[in-house]
Design a protein around this ligand. Structure first.
Ligand code: SAH
Length: 217
């Protein structure tokens, strides 16, 4: 076991997988294994640890939230990672989704616009010893051109796609993001086709904190 966990959290996590994820169609064995392993309670404030495996989003400070476990698993499954990908995440937050991704691909590049959350994610991910993660405090609307192109891009704040994202995807790569405004979003998956075209599919209705431009110090 790479993490030192109380047995009760191991059981709570397995219950989360069995009761919240499998019945709702999460069936990628690698995603289920990552969700059963990453210690979500270490990514929220100690006072919220006992609620970490509940079927809900939780506050992480600065008015932001860690997404509900099902939504983290759902978005991760839509990326269909095989293990060798380089993935860009927009919206590091507390770093929980980053930790899940890092178990499923070669390297995760994650951008957060709020400095205090970027610092929090750095501490959380260091504690969980995730070595294949690079974090940056910046505006994710710009992507991360120095490391492009990516095999997949995941956005964890709701809004409208930045043109930079499709530009920074490899042909065949996918972008998954919650599209919409006013807290009313829908998960969208766009694939960049080899001929330059774009294929789009629409999935669950959902609610995310807003995608905002610029950096907040
Ligand atoms: N994946 C996170 C979810 C955090 S909520 C987790 O597991 O905790 C979404 C995050 O996106 C917030 O922290 C918010 O500050 C950030 N965000 C919003 N717009 C952004 C942008 N343009 N660039 C980078 N981060 C952004």
């Amino acid at each position: 076991m790479p993490y030192r966990n109380g047995q009760s959290f191991v059981r709570a996590r397995q219950r989360m997988v069995d009761m919240q994820l499998k019945p709702r169609g999460i069936d990628d064995p690698r995603v289920l294994a990552a969700m059963a392993e990453v210690p979500r309670h270490l990514f929220v404030d100690a006072a919220l640890a006992s609620r970490a495996y509940q079927d809900s989003a939780l506050p992480i400070g600065e008015g932001q939230t860690i997404s509900q476990p099902y939504m983290v698993a759902r978005m991760t499954q839509l990326l269909a990672l095989q293990g060798n990908e380089r993935v860009l995440e927009i919206g590091t937050g507390c770093g929980y989704q980053t930790a899940v991704l890092s178990r499923l691909c070669r390297r995760v590049y994650s951008i957060e616009r709020i400095r205090s959350l970027h610092e929090k994610a750095k501490r959380n991910l260091r504690r969980a010893r995730h070595a294949n993660v690079m974090l940056k405090c910046g505006d994710g609307m710009l992507g991360w051109p120095e490391y492009a192109p990516f095999d997949a891009i995941l956005v964890t704040a709701g809004g409208f796609a930045s043109p930079c994202w499709m530009e920074q995807l490899k042909p065949g790569g996918v972008l998954v993001f919650p599209e919409g405004e006013g807290g009313v979003h829908r998960l969208v998956r766009r694939r960049k086709l080899a001929d330059g075209g774009i294929d789009e599919e629409r999935f669950d209705a959902c609610t995310f904190v807003p995608l905002l431009a610029g950096v907040s110090h």
